[in-house]
Ligand binder design. Structure first.
Ligand code: HGY
Ligand code: MN
Ligand code: MN
Ligand code: MN
Length: 405
């Protein structure tokens, strides 16, 4: 069966060309580049004779209807959106790779007995709006989004309705499709394990829980030249010493606890004014919720020690702090098929969040990772070799074949 094809690489390039430049990929949900990406996928699906559906959130579903039990659905897919200045493979590889696996199977074996479904989820990253996994949460009937706005004050619903309207083509259905019997997500590892151990495939046991905070530390804005050093309440100095202390504490709580301050805003952010206020994000992750709880208690008590003025700590309710166990049988089955294909595997937990953590709440779900060169992701340097990308598609193909033919 023809497994390796340059179609995969050229399809990735086609969609990345809409949204890429030297500072990375920007395919934020409902943006023009995101619309182009979903439109391109719809065109490929229609050209391949697939049944195409778009739901109210802009998630695209491409179905090859089963010849015998069309209501039995086996799904694969990932997310179309990227982080800000992101990479070429996070999310998109699972969409285009899933399309490739299904196309290869139909070309080699004809129509499947059960329906094969490719899903391109509208949004997973939470990079434009303060909500994550909105596409898979809508499809899994887990939660819907209301009254949130992006940094420019544009409402989620406004952006959503305008963008989804651009996905309506003749022959494209609208509505919310039924849930599948299983879901498999093909994804880059986004970490160093596979590439360091020279292994080809990662099979995912679980996905970490994430707890994300927004912390605001108030100081006293004042003149940079006339205010004696001993009389200052510099919010940025307070925040930076707190952040350093929290990083050290995180390591003492657990070496597997990740602690990241990715966003930091200084007010008024002017060279000759002592910062009066600092707001920063804290992203913590661990496979045990108790560790996240322990860190949160510490975070709150450490802030009490430094705050000289009112402070605030808010938890992002959209992020899933519950660690997720993925389906063990599907993992074991994929491990057997990987060995049959002569692929080397490693079995481990994912430090990145994925749509699979939502899908696993409603259907048996598993993930297939391929190596990320230097373990880099969420950056323009994100890269995987064509051979590894094709190996992931080959394993996905084997898994889908056994479930639907
Ligand atoms: O942040 C994450 O782990 C995911 O890429 N959204
Ligand atoms: Mn992803
Ligand atoms: Mn990501
Ligand atoms: Mn993710």
């Amino acid at each position: 069966m023809q497994l390796v094809s340059d179609e995969l690489i050229s399809r990735l390039r086609t969609i990345n060309q809409f949204s890429g430049n030297q500072i990375g990929q920007n395919r934020l949900v409902y943006s023009p580049t995101w619309v182009k990406g979903q439109q391109q996928l719809i065109k490929w699906g229609l050209a391949a004779g697939m049944a195409v559906t778009v739901d109210a959130y802009g998630t695209v579903y491409l179905d090859v209807i089963g010849s015998q039990s069309p209501n039995g659905i086996v799904a694969t897919g990932s997310h179309m959106d990227t982080v800000v200045h992101g990479g070429k493979f996070d999310g998109l590889y699972g969409v285009v790779g899933g399309f490739q696996a299904i196309s290869n199977l139909v070309a080699a074996l004809g129509r499947p007995k059960k329906t094969l479904r490719l899903i391109s989820f509208s949004e997973e990253e939470g990079s434009r709006f303060p909500a994550t996994f909105t596409g898979s949460k809508h499809y899994a009937r887990v939660a819907d989004v209301h009254d949130i706005v992006d940094h420019h004050g544009i409402s989620f619903d406004d952006a959503r309705q305008k963008a989804v309207a651009k996905l309506q083509f003749p022959g494209v259905n609208t509505g919310l499709p039924a849930l599948p019997d299983s879901f498999t997500e093909l994804h880059i590892e986004q970490g160093p394990r596979l590439v360091n151990q020279h292994l080809q495939i990662g099979l995912v046991t679980s996905i970490v829980g994430q707890r994300r905070f927004t912390v605001t530390i108030n100081g006293v804005a004042n003149h940079a030249g006339t205010t004696p050093m001993a009389d200052r309440h510099d919010a940025l100095l307070l925040a930076s010493s707190l952040i350093n202390r929290l990083a050290i504490i995180a390591r003492t709580i657990s070496r597997q606890l990740t602690f990241t301050v990715g966003e930091l805003h200084v007010w008024p952010n002017t060279a000759n004014v002592i910062p009066g206020k600092v707001t920063f994000s804290v992203d913590t992750r661990h496979v045990q919720k108790a560790i996240l709880d322990q860190f949160e208690t510490t975070l709150r008590s450490e802030i009490q020690k430094v705050a000289v003025a009112p402070f605030s700590v808010s938890v992002n309710r959209w992020v899933n702090d519950q660690p997720t166990l993925l389906d063990a049988d599907m993992l074991r089955q994929n491990d057997r098929w990987a060995r049959k294909l002569g692929l080397s595997t490693a079995i481990f937990a994912s430090g990145a969040g994925h749509d699979s953590e939502i899908m696993s709440r409603v259907v048996p779900t598993t993930m297939i990772f391929v190596p990320s060169i230097k373990g880099i992701s969420h950056a323009p340097e994100e890269k995987s070799t064509p051979a590894d990308l094709h190996a992931g598609v080959a394993l996905l193909q084997e898994s889908l074949k056994h479930q639907t033919y």
